[in-house]
Write a protein that binds this ligand. Structure first.
Ligand code: NAD
Ligand code: IPM
Ligand code: MN
Length: 347
């Protein structure tokens, strides 16, 4: 029987609760669909850092490389460990090491979920560049602590990096409604963003069947709220994509609904699946974290592994549950109740 080995990295805060929920659903749907998933639970987190001095062991990337995919909860607990250590010690190095350059984040309203934009219909796929740009890590600080202090954060955009993410966006648009929104801030940032616009323009000739529009980040932020139905695939740099996808989460009813896939489209290394949200320290011990974003991310993982029927079954179960009003109002249902409802809907 086909067996997949999945690395589970629950992480911090609500990460373990939502990862458990997603894993239960993935295991159950696998059993019913004739394949096996074996999960290897890795305790890498802020607590692990406090115990061992590292977010993950030195051979962490090598350990993950042995798996078919990674299912991650959330990383970060700023009251215990600064984000500059926790995220740079676990989540961000995984994305970079495995060249997961396409971070795919779907935004649409599930049945029964009332977003803030009542009655608006939209179905947006954000394609976020995930390995360079504003997250390149280049830069530094001089004259630290003095009144002359200067901090520099250098955004690095390579032709290879920009071209492959734009190409990925064009391909997604081709498979969907044929529209691509390319996001920059080329009116203010005249090096990297003008470069991005040029690459987009060049590629547009190859993809004559795709209607591509260039938007400035500020304008598209407003458009996502005012006219989300006019958008199909949205491709953006690492930081712009990060911000736009929390906005996307908001218009789909909250962070508890926003799923994501960190893909290495070349498939030479494992891809990673995780909800868009973080560890939610404010609700971490209440048992009310919405697991739908994590379960949906699990469905994206199944789809990536080629188990499309199983992925469709999970999405169907999620939609059955939300259509019945379960998990649609923040705090009304416990994480466990929502998970049980999804499991029941799989049958
Ligand atoms: P957050 O996403 O953790 O929380 C923002 C708000 O959304 C909070 O009010 C939270 O309660 C709510 N929320 C988030 N997920 C929810 C869910 N599933 N159900 C119900 N409500 C939910 O963002 P933050 O507070 O800025 O970050 C907390 C920590 O998480 C920080 O350390 C941050 O760096 C980290 N973080 C990690 C990831 C990741 O691992 N991918 C993503 C974002 C933030
Ligand atoms: C996300 C998160 C991360 C990011 C943080 C925690 C570094 O916000 O996955 O959206 O900015 O990529
Ligand atoms: Mn984010």
């Amino acid at each position: 029987m086909k067996t997949y080995s999945i690395a589970l990295v629950p992480g911090d805060g609500i990460g373990p609760a939502v990862t458990d929920a997603a894993w239960q659903v993935v295991e159950t749907v696998a059993r019913g669909s004739g394949f096996v998933v074996e999960g290897a639970r890795l305790p890498w987190s802020c607590d692990h850092y406090l115990e061992t001095g590292a977010m993950m062991p030195d051979d962490g990337i090598a350990v993950l490389r042995e798996h078919d995919a990674i299912l991650l909860g959330a990383v970060g607990w700023p009251a215990k460990v600064p984000d500059s250590i926790s995220l740079h010690g676990l989540l961000l190095p995984i994305r970079k090491a495995f060249r997961q350059y396409a971070n795919i984040r779907p935004h649409r309203l599930l049945p029964g979920v009332e977003g803030p934009l009542r009655k608006s219909e939209f179905d947006i796929l954000c394609v976020r560049e995930n390995t360079e740009g504003e997250y390149s890590g280049a830069g530094g600080r001089v004259h630290q602590g003095s009144e002359d202090e200067v901090a520099v954060e250098t955004a690095i955009f390579t032709r290879k990096g920009v071209e492959r993410i734009l190409r990925f966006g064009f391909e997604q648009a081709r498979r969907r409604r044929g529209k691509l929104a390319s996001v920059t801030k080329s009116n203010a940032q005249r090096h990297s963003m003008v470069f991005w616009d040029e690459v987009a323009r060049d590629l547009a000739r190859e993809y004559a069947d795709v209607e591509v529009t260039s938007y400035h980040i500020d304008a598209i932020a407003a458009r996502m709220v005012m006219a989300p139905e006019t958008l199909d695939v949205v491709v953006a740099s690492n930081l712009f994509g990060d911000v736009l996808t929390d906005l996307g989460a908001a218009i789909q009813g909250g962070l508890g609904f926003a799923a994501s896939a960190n893909l290495n489209p070349d498939r030479t290394t494992p891809s990673m699946f995780e909800p868009v949200h973080g560890s939610a320290p404010d609700i971490a011990h209440l048992g009310v974290a919405n697991p739908i974003a994590a379960i949906w991310s699990g469905a994206m993982m199944l789809d990536h592994l080629g188990q499309t029927d199983a992925a469709d079954r999970v999405m169907g179960a999620i939609e059955t549950v939300t259509a019945r009003g379960i998990g649609t109002i923040p705090g009304k249902h416990k994480t466990d109740e929502i998970t049980r409802a999804v499991l029941a809907a799989l049958d």
